[in-house]
Design a protein around this ligand. Structure first.
Ligand code: BGC
Length: 382
């Protein structure tokens, strides 16, 4: 009996060793593939990772996601991983459920670092939780995710973005108020499920609230726009114009995509160019609208820097070297008070006076793309 028992123990040891070797080989090849028997896979907190998943939120809310972020992130991360590396790219097209399924699929494939531009800053916490269960770090890209388990956050100073927009109104409202004979302001904000939209609003109000309080300007309409939906922004503007008998001097609009729709509503009333319209993203359409005189300003956020900041963090995670020199001690608080190490770039206000020296000089937009239908010589650009 004793002998028999020992033989069985020996067999068990051999079977375990074979299984262990198999599991280790699978992990090595997949950069942290989940084990078939359940339990947390070892994504190794990204160290040595060769497979990265990129998850972006929408394409319709702004041209930036597919025109800039997508190609820049894929190129930069692919180069950082080198030969043998692999990048998965997905766009959730405005659905949190889709984004979660895309993240789960990435984790199943063995992606061991995730870069997530969250469609919904709160809902995406479940992506971070799933990744954490497999020791996979998540970098929140552009939009904060409300999770204490987030590894890093890369974005711009988003309160400053709003402050640049509101500050522009504060220093340019006078001519528009005089020309229109009213001091009415319409505010068309972003999606309230995007943490950034709240920060833009906060920044804008830091400049505008004192003017509202003093009675210098009057806020007559103020709405957050679900999904940053550009078509909804047009409906909102039409409603605001109707409600105020077309008496509007300023349209604070959170980004260029929605500003383009607001301008369409103004055109229908022959008010384009007469109302101060703000924007954000320095898109081709936004810069064109400034050159045409229909939009007053935009905010230029150099996405190549944001993408590079992400690539640098990924390199540090893979090397296991820590990222203190990249974040320089900067942190961002999640709603539960956790300080997330952050890389935050600086936004720049752009109007007709500095298009040439900013977005054109940087090669962010090309004169040939923004000058269609614009008279030669306009603003030193066309
Ligand atoms: C981004 C903006 C963008 C908006 C809509 C925000 O989170 O920071 O650049 O215009 O989403 O996509």
């Amino acid at each position: 009996m004793k002998l028999f028992g020992q033989r069985h123990q020996g067999l068990a040891v051999i079977v375990s060793l074979v299984l262990l070797t198999f599991v280790m080989a699978a992990c090595g090849a997949g950069g942290g593939a989940p084990p078939s028997g359940g339990g947390p896979a070892n994504g190794n907190n990204g160290k040595g990772c060769t497979q990265v998943g990129i998850l972006l939120p929408e394409s319709a809310s702004s041209d930036r996601w597919e025109a800039k972020d997508h190609p820049l992130l894929v190129q930069g991360i692919t180069a950082a991983l080198g030969s043998g590396g692999h990048v998965d790219y997905n766009n959730a097209q405005g659905s949190s459920d889709t984004q979660l399924s895309q993240a789960e699929a990435d984790l199943t494939k063995g992606d061991c670092i995730l870069v997530v531009g969250a469609h919904d800053s709160a809902a995406a916490a479940s992506i971070v939780a799933k990744a954490k269960a497999q020791n996979v770090p998540v970098i929140a890209y552009d939009r904060l995710i409300q999770s204490k388990d987030l590894a890093y956050y890369v974005s711009f100073d988003n309160v400053m973005v709003g402050a640049l927009q509101g500050g522009y109104v504060a220093s340019h409202y006078q001519t528009f108020v005089t020309a229109n004979g009213n001091k009415n302001v319409i505010m068309i904000n972003g999606s309230d499920t995007d943490n950034n939209a709240k920060l833009f609003y906060q920044g804008a109000l830091s400049a505008l609230q004192p003017l509202y309080t003093a009675g210098t300007l009057k806020k007559v309409y103020d709405k957050f726009t679900p999904n940053w939906d550009n078509a909804t922004a047009q409906t909102e503007m039409e409603a605001a114009l109707t409600a105020n008998g077309n008496h509007v001097a300023i349209a604070y609009v959170a980004n260029d995509g929605m500003a383009n729709s607001v301008i369409a509503a103004l055109k229908a009333q022959k008010l384009n160019g007469k109302v101060l319209v703000t924007g954000q993203d320095a898109t081709v359409a936004g810069i064109h609208n400034i050159l045409a005189g229909d939009q007053s300003m935009t905010v230029y956020k150099a996405i190549p820097k944001e993408a590079q900041g992400t690539v640098d963090l990924i390199k540090a995670i893979i090397a296991g070297s820590g990222a203190a020199t990249l974040t320089n001690g900067a942190t961002t608080m999640t709603s539960d008070g956790t300080a997330i190490p952050s890389v935050l770039e600086t936004p720049v206000a752009v109007d007709k006076t500095n298009i040439a020296t900013t977005v054109i000089a940087d090669g962010y937009v090309k004169a040939s793309d923004v000058c269609t239908g614009i008279p030669a010589g306009t603003d030193g650009v066309c």
